[in-house]
Design a binder for this molecule. Structure first.
Ligand code: ZN
Ligand code: ZN
Length: 435
């Protein structure tokens, strides 16, 4: 889920709407320039948090070969014997550096030949991306598919006699392929030289043959007059998750201390990222946007009633500034919806609900078993996976699609003190790991 948190950090206010469009982020682990002669392994691919629609590349193990992940399939290639590439698939592989990105959707373009170098690929990709409004200061993945007239590619080989496949004075095996169908995966960046691109290049490109009998690092290319398909990552919607709040500026101070609160802040306060917290955060953003149309939430002027869930109550008090002891927060199980939020000055009150069917029923079914202590260690992990997917869905959708707001002209503030709700998110704290 760390990936999600990073996505939030990329989004900015002010808030014209809760949605933004971003190019799928490119991540790196380790760096080419730091490999030295030891080739310490910096990433275990199996540990990457999200393998869906994953695209990645790097060396395989201690220069035993090449890794290319194509759309969630982890290929690695070795060439311990001259002219003999061996391509396999496994997540249980490691790399001294890796560049990767999860790309769900690609936009297709025609790429006309002839192209006679990786440099030309770099130029054409940059020109198209710029034309499409990409910020070339941010790295991105690209793919080129079709039939390639000539490709020269290499697979690196081990540099130390201690590593399987070592041959003295051989650092890689070169392969020459003619009229091969397949696909190039590339990463473009103007700011990662020595990290995942060479010192004179803005691209790192690998080739996978269509029949998957060859995969390697692209050195030279000549496409003839073939028209190829070039794919760029489609921008993905993300929810802007920050709330702009106004508070007093010291213990006896005046109103005017303006800050942003984002989901990361809320996660620290609450203890973890969970679906309920995201539900609360998005629901409150929607309601507060309605109460404060200029986007600045006065936390000295807001009170709230929350459903008792540990996630919702934390989102409620953190975001609105409502507190029990000042009669600006209480909990009720007796309301239709997640929260009722009220402006104290105008008495305007808004109830916010999650639409029916938005949350997968199985999450609630497994959740109630977990509360009863009836869920096995492995089923708890399964539930977490389902909640994470639900969270991801919420964060990539327009909150309008998932939440409804209603004005409550007759709302009565009716605080009750009740402190025997069960804190359900700590009941399984001592359960063992799934074996
Ligand atoms: Zn490479
Ligand atoms: Zn929680």
């Amino acid at each position: 889920m760390n990936k999600l948190i990073l996505i939030f950090a990329l989004t900015f206010l002010p808030l014209p709407s809760l949605m933004a469009q971003i190019i799928p982020k490119v991540y790196t682990k380790g760096a080419m320039k730091d490999m030295g002669t030891a080739y310490d392994l910096k990433v275990w691919l199996d540990s990457l948090p999200d393998k869906s629609n994953l695209f990645a590349m790097g060396p395989y193990d201690k220069m035993k070969g090449e890794i290319t992940v194509f759309d969630g399939k982890p290929f690695f290639a070795t060439a311990f014997v001259k002219d003999k590439a061996v391509v396999s698939q496994n997540w249980d592989i490691r790399s001294p550096f890796l560049v990767y990105s999860n790309v769900k959707d690609w936009e297709e373009f025609n790429l006309n030949g002839p192209i006679n170098s990786t440099q030309e690929i770099e130029e054409k990709v940059a020109a198209l991306a710029k034309d499409k409004g990409y910020d070339l200061k941010e790295p991105f993945a690209f793919r080129i598919a079709g039939e390639f007239a000539q490709i020269t590619a290499h697979i690196v080989t081990p540099r130390s006699p201690k590593i399987e496949g070592y041959k003295p004075d051989v650092k890689s095996q070169k392969f020459f392929l003619e009229n091969n169908k397949g696909e190039l995966l590339g990463f473009y960046s103007e700011n990662h030289q020595g990290i995942f691109t060479g010192s004179k290049s803005f691209v790192h490109i690998h080739f996978l043959k269509e029949d998957q009998t060859f995969m390697g690092h692209l050195d030279e290319i000549s496409t003839g007059n073939q028209t190829l398909k070039l794919y760029l990552p489609r921008k993905q919607p993300v929810v802007r998750t920050a709330v702009q709040v106004n508070d007093t500026d010291f213990s006896k101070g005046r109103l005017g201390n303006i800050q942003y609160i984002d989901l990361n802040d809320l996660v620290k306060f609450h203890g973890h990222l969970c679906d309920g917290l995201v539900v609360g955060h998005l629901a409150l953003q929607s309601a507060l946007n309605e109460l404060y149309p200029d986007g600045l939430v006065d936390r000295t002027n807001t009170r709230i009633v929350s459903k008792p869930s540990p996630c919702l109550t934390d989102a409620a008090i953190y975001t609105t500034g409502g507190r029990y002891q000042f009669n600006t927060f209480y909990v009720s199980d007796n309301m239709d919806g997640l929260f009722t939020v009220q402006r104290i000055d105008t008495r305007e009150a808004i109830a916010v609900k999650m639409k029916k069917g938005v949350k997968p029923q199985e999450i609630d079914q497994l959740g109630s078993l977990a509360v009863k202590g009836e869920l096995s260690a492995c089923d708890l992990d399964k539930l977490k996976g389902m909640e994470d997917n639900f969270t991801e869905m919420l964060l990539s959708a327009d909150p309008k699609d998932n939440f409804t707001l209603s004005e409550l002209p007759d709302f009565k503030w009716n605080p009750v003190l009740k402190n025997d709700y069960i804190k359900t998110d700590i009941l399984n704290k001592n359960i063992s790991k799934c074996q």
